[in-house]
Design a protein around this ligand. Sequence first.
Ligand SMILES: Nc1ncnc2c1ncn2[C@@H]1O[C@H](COP(=O)(O)OP(=O)(O)OP(=O)(O)O)[C@@H](O)[C@H]1O
Ligand SMILES: [Mg+2]
Length: 316
Amino acid sequence: MRREQHMQPTRIQRKPAEDPIERLKACLGKTADVRSPKDAEEPILDASVRASLFQWMAEIRAAEELKSVGVKPRTNALLFGPPGCGKTTLAHHFAARLGLPMVVVGSEHLIAGILGASGQNVAKLFDGLAAAETPVVLFMDEVEAVGASRSGRTGGQCDDEKNSALTVLLRKMEEFNVGYFMAATNLPDGIDPAFWRRFNMQIGIALPGFQERFAIIKRYGMPFAFDDDDLDLLAEATDGASPALLRELMEGVKRTLVVRPRMNLPIDDPCTIFASVLSATMPPPEMEVPKLWRNADTVKGLSAMSWPPQRMGDQA
Ligand SMILES: Nc1ncnc2c1ncn2[C@@H]1O[C@H](COP(=O)(O)OP(=O)(O)OP(=O)(O)O)[C@@H](O)[C@H]1O
Ligand SMILES: [Mg+2]
């Protein structure tokens, strides 16, 4: 009898655990976007940047042990470098490795048209994060919008607005204790020195070197398997290209390989395929133009590639 009572279904319905992403969205409103760890991709980075991140993650995992020697893991980093090299991707991946949501704040969230509202936006963001009580990686993009050097400002209304936003940000950064804070900028030279010093780490994410370009081209060429010699050729011809541009290039090649046969056009010449992609894919104006884009002989040199590339898993 007693046993049967035990087997009665319980009448107390537990509330399902609240989704931290939904909770953050509710607390943050329009002050930020929230990205889930499951949507993150791993960036391909040079060894020194990878080493800095591994060390940081190891510190976070060793927090208790560090406490025993009187130090804490670092909590913030400033990422700087040219566009499209993986600053946002890296922050998202770092969050995912820690199993945390990433809260993304762009300049559009912070800088307000109404006088005095930018500082309030910054305060609202940090208050929302404190209210959510959920650990996050806070990622502030284009941080020069608030963190530009105060000495270069001329004292107009717009400068006053930025000064007050930066003052609030510096204060809120000190108080922030619900996770990790990363900020990113393409303009490190213009960053306010006090703001720069406030970060535990300043990590430069530069244009990829040869090895990284090789790996990036290979990744975004998949599911086509390019020969290593062909990847060498492409990595050599794309010196100066950002990972974002390499992704565009390789995705363009894949689209062209799929679409041209449907248009009754041949795909048997690599130079034609690449030339058609290159004509519609240009590096951003402020960046150096890699050889593949500016030198017709480099494109002709692609005729040496094994072509067409095989899909992985297909018989040669
Ligand atoms: N290091 C990398 N490895 C692999 N893919 C990358 C890398 N960097 C960038 N990408 C690809 O390029 C896209 C744009 O990159 P991302 O937004 O991370 O660059 P960013 O440095 O934040 O640029 P911005 O300064 O313009 O904000 C990403 O979606 C990613 O697919
Ligand atoms: Mg970015």
